[in-house]
Write a protein that binds this ligand. Structure first.
Ligand code: MN
Length: 238
């Protein structure tokens, strides 16, 4: 039986204290609103399980969460680096590589955006306030569905073509950021202090990420909806 809706794997959050895996509803709401079926991924890391997921899923949504292990970008973990999640690193990085090799769509958000940057050879600031000294507030308190800083969008990038705007007001809930991009990735959005907050990899059919949280704005927000719609449409082609 062929299926009419693409199946999108969504990386879970881990709550060690409550011994729980959990999901923010915004990710699911955004995927469902544009015709995809989201499923929360298990925290597996053995090759057979990863291959099963890579074969079954049409798209991969890399979500927000704890810091990416600095070892993945060849840095020692500094005191300013915060909580890590080795289980997610071990699930997400090989699954991401599998998706890229298969040419299947990947969308990264916040931590997921940072993992894309790192996986393709870039590096992160382990802590923006102490290392970069930015004047822009990147970690603002709730509510997260309100914008806090602007980004300028490259007109000829996938995001520029998709949204048809050269500037967007976005939310911001991160303390790390892109220090340098790999030559395999291109910037498509930047803050006034020069930080890259949107990137994509031209070598792949759909591989892009944003540092902000379109899922907190929800599918009611036209820009968030367009981004998720483009992702789910690409997944539908699989
Ligand atoms: Mn920001």
């Amino acid at each position: 039986m062929s299926r009419s809706k693409p199946l999108i794997g969504v990386a879970p959050l881990v709550d060690e204290e409550r011994e729980s895996y959990w999901m923010l509803p915004g990710y699911f709401r955004c995927v469902e609103a544009v015709g995809g079926v989201p499923v929360m991924l298990p925290l597996v890391s053995d090759p057979d399980s990863l291959r099963t997921l890579g074969d079954a899923l049409d798209g991969l949504l890399l979500t927000g969460g704890p810091d990416v292990d600095p070892a993945l970008y060849r840095q020692e973990k500094l005191p300013c680096c915060e909580e890590l999640c080795p289980q997610r690193d071990k699930l997400e990085q090989p699954l991401l590589e599998d998706f890229l090799q298969q040419g299947k769509p990947v969308l990264g958000i916040c931590r997921g955006f940072q993992l894309l940057c790192v996986h393709l050879g870039g590096e992160l600031w382990q802590d923006l306030p102490s290392q970069m000294g930015s004047q822009v507030c990147h970690r603002h308190p709730k509510p997260y569905n309100e914008p806090i800083h602007p980004v300028t969008i490259e007109k000829d990038s996938p995001l520029g073509k998709l949204l048809g705007v050269d500037r967007l007001e976005v939310n911001s809930c991160h303390h790390q950021g892109v220090k340098c991009l790999s030559p395999r990735m291109k910037a498509m959005a930047r803050t006034p202090d020069g930080l890259v907050e949107g990137l994509w990899a031209p070598d792949y059919p759909f591989c892009m990420g944003v540092q902000w949280h379109p899922e907190f704005f929800g599918p009611e927000n036209p820009h968030s909806r367009k981004l998720f719609a483009a992702f789910v449409d690409a997944c539908r082609q699989q």
